[in-house]
Design a protein around this ligand. Structure first.
Ligand code: APR
Ligand code: PHB
Length: 389
């Protein structure tokens, strides 16, 4: 099999890259180890920055997003029994849209398949090779058979646990990381959200987040210990803890309903540099992870591949290498801004598991400052909504 750009991974990064390259007349094949059904159902993040929405709409895959996505112009910070609204749109002119990552994935898969795009699901044993030659080849197994994909470039969009990053020889990449002494327990519930905007709550028992997916479905999170076992969290315990951490404002209560899905996600910050080695270009979670508190993960994946799409297009249009050469440096600027913001939101809002009362006082002072200073709130807002598209 032959293509121009071989893409490993059918998450938002791999699928969007395939779509962008198709619009430029560049052929791709996407290799995905899971089934189509699995990737379309996987519950993940749900916040799109304005620039991500603009990209999806501009490239013709935003129709359902514009119909079903929920545009939000502010978020609420809740602490010390008080609610404070950060009016993001008033402060920045931009908004966010709540739309599940798996919905973006469904829309992109449908768009690719409608125009004859090749996505191979349930492939095994993917091994990118020849990356330091001008004829890379990705070896894999599909339907029990060994296969080869010959290409000009390989795009490693296979997430944190993927194989692409590991194909780079030892000593080339530098890793920067931090693990946090807590995790998030997330639930999807068939309950109409009791909120119009997301609530980020700081509580002495730990952080809680009230988000949503639709007028009928709520998405809620609790800070828990990193080694917490989901089996120890029957539904009633989850609701009780959510009530304790969120029902801190007089007269306000959340809406409960059947829990449709639940899981525990570790929190980490992680970056490897550079995002390229020879003919391998890495994008999305394969090269950087942010804790979910800043809602940046899916947006970073999309902004990486927007750059990569332009860079491949310039190469195929006339052999220009400047954008390919600049890819890692350009993408990392945005990545590090999001790393800092995500770390900052995380440190601001979580119970830090230190017994140091000085830390708690600093958190309190920051929460007070961000909810009383227009300058500081604007800084939060412009990071949260992301740069102009
Ligand atoms: N071979 C083929 N496919 C693989 C392999 C492999 N060895 N390893 C992983 N994959 C697939 C995964 O099954 C997944 O579908 O690569 C895809 C990677 O997709 P994501 O993990 O969604 O990563 P990305 O596209 O970079 O999107 C980042 O995902 O985890 C969230 O918070 C994150 O929102 C962010 C987004
Ligand atoms: C979500 O809706 O899944 C969500 C929202 C905001 C976050 C993280 C996750 O910061």
């Amino acid at each position: 099999m032959r293509t121009q750009v071989g893409i490993v991974g059918a998450g938002p990064a791999g699928l969007m890259l395939s779509h962008l390259l198709h619009l430029r007349g560049i052929d791709t094949v996407v290799l995905e180890c899971r089934s189509r059904d699995h990737v379309e159902r996987r519950v993940r993040a749900g916040v799109l920055e304005q620039g991500s929405v603009d990209l999806l709409v501009r490239t013709g895959v935003g129709e359902r997003l514009l119909r079903e996505g929920l545009r939000h112009e502010g978020i609420e910070l809740r602490f010390d029994g008080e609610s404070h609204r950060v009016p993001m749109t008033e402060l920045t002119g931009r908004a966010i849209t709540v739309y599940g990552q798996q919905e973006v994935v469904k829309d992109l898969i449908a768009a690719r398949l409608a125009t004859g795009g090749r996505i191979l699901f349930e492939v095994d044993d993917v091994r990118p090779g020849g990356l330091d030659t001008d004829a890379p080849v990705i070896r894999f197994r599909h339907g029990g058979r060994a296969a080869e994909l010959h290409c000009d470039f390989v795009a490693g969009c296979d997430g944190f646990h993927g194989v692409s990053r590991a194909a780079v020889p030892a000593g080339v990449l530098s890793t920067y990381e931090r693990t946090y002494p807590f995790a998030w327990l997330g639930v999807l519930a068939a309950a109409p959200p009791a909120v119009d905007e997301l609530i980020y709550a700081y509580h002495e028992r730990g952080f809680a987040l009230y988000s949503l997916r639709s007028p009928q479905v709520s998405r809620l999170y609790l800070q828990v210990a990193p080694d917490e076992d989901i089996a120890d969290w029957p539904d009633e315990r989850i609701w009780s803890e959510l009530r304790t951490r969120l029902e801190t404002v007089p007269g306000w209560s959340l809406n409960e309903g059947p829990i449709l899905a639940k899981g525990i996600t570790p929190m980490r910050s992680f970056v490897v540099e550079p995002m390229r080695w020879q003919r391998l270009f890495l994008a999305g979670d394969a090269v950087h992870i942010v804790p979910p508190t800043g809602a940046k993960g899916m947006n970073l994946a999309l902004s990486d591949v927007a750059l990569l799409g332009d860079a491949f297009a310039a190469w195929y249009a006339g052999g220009r290498t400047d954008l390919l050469d600049a890819y890692s440096r350009t993408a990392l600027e945005r990545v590090w801004r999001a790393q800092h913001f995500s770390w900052w939101m995380t440190s601001l809002l979580h119970r830090l598991n230190t017994d140091d009362p000085y830390e708690a006082k600093l958190q309190s002072a920051q929460l007070r400052y961000v909810t009383t200073s227009r300058a500081y709130a604007t800084s939060l807002a412009e990071n949260y909504v992301g740069p102009p598209g």
